[in-house]
Write a protein that binds this ligand. Sequence first.
Ligand code: NAD
Length: 423
Amino acid sequence: MSANPEEYRFFEVVQGYIEQAAALTGLPSHVKAILAEPKNELIIHFPVRMDSGEMRVFKGYRVQHNNVMGPYKGGMRYHEQVTLNELKALATQMTWKCALLGIPFGGGKGGIKFKPREHSIDELRRITRRFTHALGSNIGPSHDIPAPDMGTNSQTMVWMMDTYINTGPTYEKNDQRAVVTGKTINSGGSEGREAATGQGVVHCIKEWARENRFDLEGATAIVQGFGNVGSNASVLLAKLGVSTIATGDHSGYLRNEEGFNAHKLQDYVQANGSIAGYPRGDKITRKEFFETKADLFIPAALENQVGAEEANNLKVRLIAEGANGPINPDGAAVLADRGVPVIPDILANAGGVTVSYYEWVQNRNSEHWDSEEVQRRLLHMIRRAYQRTMFYATEKKIDPRIAAYSLALESLATSYAERGIFP
Ligand code: NAD
């Protein structure tokens, strides 16, 4: 399968997982037909003034896959490789992720196709505000709730929130803060949201280690992508005694056999935008990164990063998918043959949407939970989803990915069975 993301049919890959889960769970054909396609696919072209005075037209998207369990929910991605096919896949995965975790949200995803790194803060703010304005009532706290994803962060969410509430009625302003999650704490964000996805990945790894009597103290990890998910997972793993010995991002790859200081590298990336130029590590190629022997591999960048070649080269005991869809079907087949276990994305990276849900609940109730409260709830939900998935996989003798898809599908199918189809 091609390693070129432009040609990768990610949506069809996700549909393939749904097909397998549907066959296993005996899903009624009309429910399968409903879930096979997103409900709404919105494409918006909007103009923005650049710092130079020139006008540029951007292409923005919002895909709303399904809302039978609750409002559409999912990230906003700013990246040059954004396509409708990719966002359909990611929105569909959100429906499954929320259903697996038992979160009362549906699935959505959106984004803008451009290179955020090439724009000033002022331009990013104008692009975000104009896009939010163009989305208008297609988003809303009870309808569709965006969050950060690749290329966006808490600042992006605060701009979105501010634009949304300032274009609505005055008397509703504070009720509307829940239109996005992943905000800064000062502007209504939740404790623990920034690191929540990395924390969820680490909770899953801890569960796996406990089940397999594997001592994490002194273990090693390789991490692809050192943004929100990768860097926070690396920092949290360091607290358990796991050293990150190789990492990489859009600028290249680095190895340090002694282990990186994850905190320092995170600060460096926040200040410089990438790992390029970080002094404590040797430059390696992408191929050498995948060949690095380690206990754990956390893909935390884009989809379609592990094909057959990378899967053959990996020398790790466990893969925990921080990114969405990092392993393509050819890569998955090789890993299954080689017996390398994979904690699938809709389980491993569900910590983000879980704490986003807590943020939404807090906003709606005008509450602010302390960090201990958020962490206690997060651990409980991730642990329960992990155990249910692995139990189901063992019982049915299936891959954990298909187990996770099947469990989620059972709950979606039950909703359709109870509600029926209107009219
Ligand atoms: P981010 O923008 O903070 O970081 C992305 C990282 O990927 C950066 O280090 C970037 O340099 C790197 N990257 C980009 N293109 C690359 C390439 N071609 N090769 C190698 N590295 C590349 O994004 P993030 O929020 O950390 O998201 C990473 C992944 O995790 C995505 O798949 C996203 O959908 C998934 N995810 C994120 C969250 C969240 O809460 N942010 C939740 C669930 C899943």
